[in-house]
Design a protein around this ligand. Structure first.
Ligand code: 13P
Length: 351
């Protein structure tokens, strides 16, 4: 399946960073910087920042997510936050099963599954994280680990519910370490994850599931990672805290493949971000039109005449060649507006 048909996502996971005032300042800078992104942009922020984050991103293309939620609707769970609480605030996404929660807070596949079910029931979209530890990779059991996590974390999740789930592959050894999975390593596991989802839910659903890569993703390595056929975007930690880096990753994503560039152009045309300039005056346009029409008539005569009198071709070819090229060349320039994506995409000359 052409991956441009899947939802493309760049999500920031802020982790335990940014106070509410800092969150406001960061998002005030992120919103205009990513307004042209041709992918879903999400900021997953600490609970205490959610309110200001929702307010600051209102009316923009930046969606807000939380970093965890509890599985119960309410009750005696001191310090916890329920999915319903998040939903009522206007939160759309929630990160679940992040390796830092598994590593430091006793999260298990069973609790990830319970949280996932609760989030779905509340109408949130879970970003379910999976990934192997370094020693698991070294023991060559990466696929077993990932298969187990996917199967258990998505236990009892229906095919219909899966449509609202995003999967994030985050090799634990690549998180915050500066070590990134190579594009080949990322593709291998992303394709493997898609095959597991296909086994359980069928190919069509697997083909429509977005799978993000996370782990030391930065503008310099993003393009190669995102160019992979099964990598549908990224879950970004440290780089999501710097506007330039976050934007750099989004731009790398847009230009990661010719089909992605084409998809971006089409969507920008649709949203009116691209203006089509003919680059010629009305009189020149009319003159071009008349000349093109004349050339068409001459061509028709030529085709007819060529069957009967071959010698008759000569004078018409002379006339065609003598037509002023500039008059036959309305140049179409697709100009991508006054933003950093400005590129002159093409100049098509009819002559
Ligand atoms: P880094 O991008 O800082 O490595 O973190 C990745 C991550 O954990 C995103 O959830």
């Amino acid at each position: 399946m052409d991956k441009t048909k899947r939802k493309a996502i760049i999500a920031g996971n802020w982790k335990m960073n940014k106070t509410p005032s800092e969150a406001k300042a960061l998002l005030e800078a992120v919103v205009p910087a990513v307004k042209d992104a041709d992918c879903e942009v999400i900021a997953c922020v600490p609970f205490v920042d959610l309110s200001v984050a929702l307010e600051t991103t209102k009316g923009s293309n930046v969606k807000i997510g939380a970093e965890n939620c509890h599985w119960a609707e309410s009750g005696a769970f001191t310090g916890e936050i329920s999915a319903l609480m998040l939903k009522e605030m206007g939160v759309e996404y929630v990160v679940l099963g992040h390796s830092e929660r598994r590593q430091y807070f006793g999260e298990t596949d069973e609790t990830v599954n319970k949280r996932t079910k609760a989030a779905l029931a509340a109408g949130l979209k879970p970003i379910v994280c999976v990934g192997e530890l370094l020693w698991e990779r070294e023991c060559d059991i990466t696929e077993e680990v990932i298969a187990r996590q996917i199967k258990l974390d998505l236990f009892n999740v229906t095919a219909d519910e899966l449509k609202n789930i995003v999967i994030a592959y985050e090799p634990v050894w690549a998180i915050g370490t500066g070590k990134t999975a190579s594009p080949e390593q990322a593709q291998e596991i992303h394709a493997f994850i898609r095959s597991i989802v296909a086994n359980k839910y069928g190919k069509e659903i697997a083909d429509n599931t977005s799978i993000l890569y996370g782990g030391s993703c930065k503008p310099s390595n993003a393009k190669e990672l995102f160019a992979n056929p099964d990598v549908d975007g990224g879950l970004i930690g440290g780089a999501a805290l710097k506007v330039a880096d976050f934007k750099g990753i989004i731009d790398a994503f847009i230009f990661s493949s010719p089909s992605r560039i084409a998809a971006t152009l089409i969507s920008m045309c649709r949203s009116g971000d691209i203006f089509i300039h003919t680059g010629i005056t009305l009189a020149e346009t009319l003159l071009s039109f008349i000349l093109v029409l004349t050339a068409g008539i001459l061509l028709a005569i030529l085709l007819w005449a060529s069957d009967t009198v071959s010698g008759i071709l000569e004078p018409y070819l002379v006339i065609l060649n003598s037509l002023p090229k500039s008059a036959l060349a309305p140049v179409l320039i697709v100009w991508l507006g006054n933003n950093p994506k400005t590129i002159i995409v093409t100049a098509i000359s009819i002559a």
